[in-house]
Design a binder for this molecule. Structure first.
Ligand SMILES: [Zn+2]
Ligand SMILES: [Zn+2]
Length: 327
């Protein structure tokens, strides 16, 4: 049996027929129902991240059905709906794995980056790293939760106990987070690029109390600013919007350089931090919360074979919500 995968060696994606792989003892074979397109996929294909193992099948927002079980897998069943996130595997032995920081593991594998991902009809994943997902939900709607939602949620969690929050860059992650934060009773301010009134309206529809361009000073002081746009210049801007003791949390894997700024802007215990990857505990907290809060993801579905068009639309900001590939 063979199946189609979309592979990159850089620049773009090429369709290839490959034999359907067999799962090892602790792996499962998954028939992909939908796979989200994340900005990280774009960074990988455009060569902005160093450690991608090429040729590579990208994609780390995978929703699918278990199609075959490895001999030692007892936690999942054939036909079950599961999700495969960015964190594909950890060593389980390093300092970070032993101290509840498996997101920082010294020898991790990342889906669609160091191991093949979900821009394909079938993929392989390690069973302990997949999440059970609701059987009756639309797989396209679920896909963006696997990275934009999950890593966005980790950013929100690290910003706790913030209740007044700024979201900088209103794309796939922010549109999910905005709904969850509002559901949690937080007040959300949304910042977009200049003139992007479409995203500003979208943010207000999703419950943001205010939305405007990031060049406009924030109307209030924020407890936390979460940056999802890969734009380093937003860091000093967001820092100036914080109250004393507030935090800037950078949610992306890649960002342009951060311009210098006066120490006075950081003074009074303001801080800047990044968010790297996710832990399985983040997923155990996030997926029930996404379900309870009734998050609606806004997506544009593309046939798997049209992945290059989806990437191009993301690259040029022609998307509202998230692109999702459907095999
Ligand atoms: Zn480790
Ligand atoms: Zn991602």
């Amino acid at each position: 049996m063979r199946a189609m995968v979309l592979e990159t060696v850089g620049q773009n994606l090429n369709a290839r027929d490959m034999p359907i792989p067999k799962p090892d003892a602790d792996q499962v074979l998954i028939r992909v129902e939908a796979c989200g397109v994340c900005r990280t996929d774009l960074h990988i294909i455009d060569g902005e991240l160093d450690n991608a193992v090429l040729p590579l099948v990208p994609g780390h927002e995978i929703v699918g059905r278990v199609a075959a079980l490895g001999s030692r897998v007892s936690t999942l069943t054939l036909g079950q709906r599961v999700g495969v996130p960015w964190l594909g595997s950890t060593c389980g032995r390093c300092h970070y794995c032993r101290t509840q920081q498996e997101n920082l593991c010294d020898a991790p594998e990342f889906t669609g980056y160091s191991i093949n991902g979900g821009f394909a009809e079938y993929c392989i994943a390690r069973a302990p790293f997949v999440f059970p997902l609701p059987d009756d939900a639309d797989p396209v709607a679920l896909a963006p939760l696997l990275c934009a939602g999950l890593i966005g949620f980790r950013s929100l969690r690290l910003a706790e106990p913030a209740t007044t929050i700024g979201l900088y860059g209103f794309g796939a992650a922010a549109h999910i987070l905005c709904q969850i934060a509002v559901w949690q009773g937080k007040t959300v301010y949304a910042f977009t690029s200049e003139g992007d009134t479409f995203s500003q309206d979208f943010a207000r529809q999703l419950g943001a109390i205010w939305a405007g361009p990031s060049s406009t000073p924030c109307p209030v002081l924020l407890d936390a600013a979460l940056i999802f746009a890969p734009v380093g210049a937003l860091v000093p801007i967001a820092l100036r919007a914080l109250r004393k003791g507030g935090q800037v949390v950078c949610g992306g894997i890649h960002m342009s350089d951060i311009p210098s700024f006066p120490y006075a802007d950081l003074w009074e215990e303001r801080s800047i931090r990044s968010v790297a990857n996710l832990t399985r505990q983040d997923g155990r907290m996030f997926f029930p919360l996404a379900d309870q809060s009734g998050v609606l993801t806004h997506t544009t579905a593309y046939p798997l074979a049209d992945a290059n068009r989806a990437l191009d639309d993301l690259r040029h900001g022609r998307l509202n919500g998230a692109a999702v590939l459907v095999p």
